[in-house]
Every structure is written in structure tokens, then in C-alpha cells.
Ligand binder design. Structure first.
Ligand SMILES: *Cc1c(COP(=O)(O)O)cnc(C)c1O
Length: 355
């Protein structure tokens, strides 16, 4: 049986997607050629990327509203600098909720003034700051919707009456939001929508053209928009698997369906963390992430016993990020409820063994 895969990223993908992807590597579209050895400008592949872009917009409810979807390379980390390169004229506002925001702030500072509107660094990013204000003259406001490492998730977004940019790498397509509040959304595919190598950028074209600096072609949204993600060779395999994953999601019933499943999974695990006296959650309850649950053992001396138990149960990827320690269970869209149940069973097993 396949392992229960709680990996934080690259992460679990639906089995049906992995199977179709492996078939396309051998023989794509019954053309007796592999997906990865045909021209990215051939009709079969152009159909793939167009379908992936359309599905992304459709699932987010952003069709016919001036948005375009791009599949770029360089990961979300390249978006940290591309957003500032293309949008930061004088001053940008950033909310700092941990490692990823920290990195995006560092890149933005290369291009202009950065106002950190709030930070949860004082408590090791274990909560989401609230009640801050955003300078009205900021070129844009940037936030990270889900903190993959610390396990916090923004439940509400400030209403900034300007350009809103969001790094949704680790929770895109996992819950319903009013996505039209955002002018630019980006996400590395490997957390919830495909394999590593492709980055989805959903952007409103009208926000561009405000900065005066010259922008190198590969880092210019305008260039990629004008060429529909085909300025250079896209990551064909990653885009294809992303298309399959979005098709899978649409087939299930889209974001409104998967959000309910994700809520069930999160409730199951957090209820156990709160009930079981051997464990404690890492972050403020109201800010808990439905994607990445972080928790610790109350008594660290049980670590090797617990680690052996979950490994024996076929669980993979439960170690916390090195900057936090403890445990992190990532429950992305493709993780079945029974995998969370398997983890909860192990936590209860540990409790029984202590009595
Ligand atoms: C993983 C992650 C990133 C970095 O993504 P790369 O594709 O590795 O560059 C950025 N932001 C968030 C929220 C992440 O989870």
C-alpha cells in the first residue's frame, strides 16, 4: 500500500494523476511520442497549457474579469523578486508572517522602500498579526495566505484599496475565498497543484506599467503575458501534471467540495491534538492552518517511541521544519481523510502505551 504522505512539499498528488502522468511520459495522446519530447509549440501541448490556464481561472472563479493565468519557472521564490521588480515604484507594504514573507521582503528591499505593516516574529510566527494599517500610498500590499512552515493561515484579508498581491503557494485551491480581491496571486505548483518546476501566476494586466525601470525579459510579467507563457520553453511536464490535478479537482466538485474535505481532515487532527494530553499545538488556535498542522510532544522523551510508531504505520513526512522542530502534518488536497485517521490512531496508540 502507498504511504500516508504528509510531506510539506513537494507533496502528495492524486493517484489517478500520477498514473496518467506516467502514461504520458511513455506515450502521449496515443501519438507514440512522449509528452517530454514534443515541441512545446505543437498543438497537443498548446492545448495542455491553455487548458491548465483556463482551469486555474475557472476554479478560482476569475474568468472574464481581466485576469490571466501564467505558468512560469523559478518557483515562488522568483515571484518574490518579480512582484517587486514589476510593481514597486516607490513604496510597498508587506505583512510578515514568517519565513516566506521574510524572504519576499528581503527581495523587495532591492527595489524600493518596504513598510513592514506588522510581524509575528516576536512569538516565533505562531500567530497572524491583526489590526494593522496599510499606508494608502503603498504601490501594493503583499501577504502570504498560509505559512507552510509555522502552520498559520490567514482567515481574513485586510481590505487595502490598492493593488493586492498574495503568495498562495501552500493553500491555493484548498478553500473558497473572494479571489477577485487580489490583483496578483502566485503559487509554486508543488504544494497543492502539481510537481515542482512550474509556478502559477494569476494576474490582472492593468496593474502593470507603473514602474519606470527596465525589466529583463524573463522577469517581466508583460513579456510573459504577451506571449501567453510561451516566451521561452515552459516546464512542459509540470504544466501537464498541474493540468491533470486541476482536472481532478474540477471533477470532484471544485474548491467548494475540497474545502469541506480539508475542513474534516483539519478538525480530525486538531481535535486529537487538543484532546490528547501528550500533544500540544504550536500556533494560536484561531490562526491554525488547515493545510499544515504543527504540533509538539509535551514530553520530548517520548520522541523515539512516537517516531517509531508513525513510521511503522506507514506515515511519511511528519517531521517539523528545522526552524520549528516538533511535527508538521501537511494535509494538502490529495491527502485522503483515512491518512489523517491513521495518524490520529497512532497518537492514541501512544497515549494507551503510556498508561
Ligand atoms: C514553498 C513555499 C515557497 C517557496 O517556493 P519555491 O517554489 O520553492 O520557490 C514560497 N512561499 C510559500 C508560502 C511556500 O510554501
Amino acid at each position: 500500500m502507498k504511504k500516508h504522505n504528509f510531506s510539506a512539499g513537494p507533496c502528495i498528488l492524486p493517484e489517478s494523476v500520477i498514473k496518467k502522468a506516467s502514461e504520458a511520459i511513455i506515450n502521449f495522446n496515443n501519438d507514440n511520442l512522449s509528452l517530454i519530447e514534443i515541441s512545446h509549440r505543437s498543438k497537443p501541448f498548446v492545448d495542455v497549457i491553455e487548458k491548465a490556464q483556463n482551469l486555474a481561472l475557472e476554479l478560482l472563479g476569475l474568468q472574464n474579469q481581466g485576469y490571466k493565468a501564467l505558468y512560469l519557472q523559478g518557483g515562488a521564490s522568483t515571484q518574490f523578486l518579480m512582484t517587486a521588480y514589476n510593481l514597486l515604484h516607490k513604496k510597498a507594504a508587506y505583512l510578515n508572517t514568517g519565513t516566506w514573507s521574510d524572504k519576499s521582503i528581503k527581495e523587495a528591499k532591492l527595489f524600493g522602500e518596504v513598510v513592514e505593516v506588522a510581524s509575528s516574529k516576536d512569538k516565533n510566527f505562531s500567530y497572524i498579526p491583526k489590526g494593522y494599517s496599510i499606508p494608502i500610498d503603498a504601490d501594493y500590499f503583499h501577504c502570504t495566505s498560509n505559512n507552510t512552515i509555522f502552520g498559520t493561515q490567514m482567515k481574513e484579508f485586510p481590505s487595502f484599496n490598492g493593488v493586492n498581491v498574495c503568495d498562495m503557494s501552500s493553500d491555493i485551491f484548498s478553500r473558497q475565498l473572494d479571489f477577485s480581491k487580489f490583483d496578483l496571486i502566485y503559487a509554486g505548483a508543488q504544494k497543492n497543484m502539481g510537481p515542482a518546476g512550474a509556478t502559477l501566476v494569476v494576474i490582472k494586466e492593468e496593474i502593470l506599467g507603473k514602474v519606470e525601470r527596465a525589466i529583463p525579459s524573463m522577469l517581466s510579467y508583460k513579456v510573459h503575458l504577451d506571449k501567453d507563457s510561451m516566451f521561452n520553453t515552459p516546464a512542459v511536464f509540470a504544466v501537464y501534471v498541474s493540468m491533470l490535478t486541476l482536472e481532478w479537482l474540477k471533477g470532484l466538485g471544485g474548491i467548494s467540495f475540497i474545502e469541506k474535505v480539508n475542513q474534516q481532515k483539519a478538525d480530525l487532527l486538531y481535535n486529537e491534538i487538543d484532546r490528547n494530553p501528550l500533544f500540544k499545538g504550536f500556533v494560536a488556535k484561531e490562526d491554525r492552518s488547515n493545510m499544515n498542522a504543527t504540533f509538539n510532544l509535551v514530553d520530548e522523551s517520548l520522541k523515539s517511541t512516537f517516531d517509531n510508531l508513525w513510521k511503522e504505520a506507514g506515515i511519511n513526512g511528519l517531521n517539523g521544519h528545522r526552524s520549528v522542530g516538533g511535527y508538521r502534518a501537511s494535509m494538502y488536497n490529495a491527502l485522503p481523510l483515512y491518512s489523517v485517521q491513521a495518524l490520529v490512531d497512532v497518537m492514541q496508540d501512544l497515549e494507551r502505551k503510556q498508561k
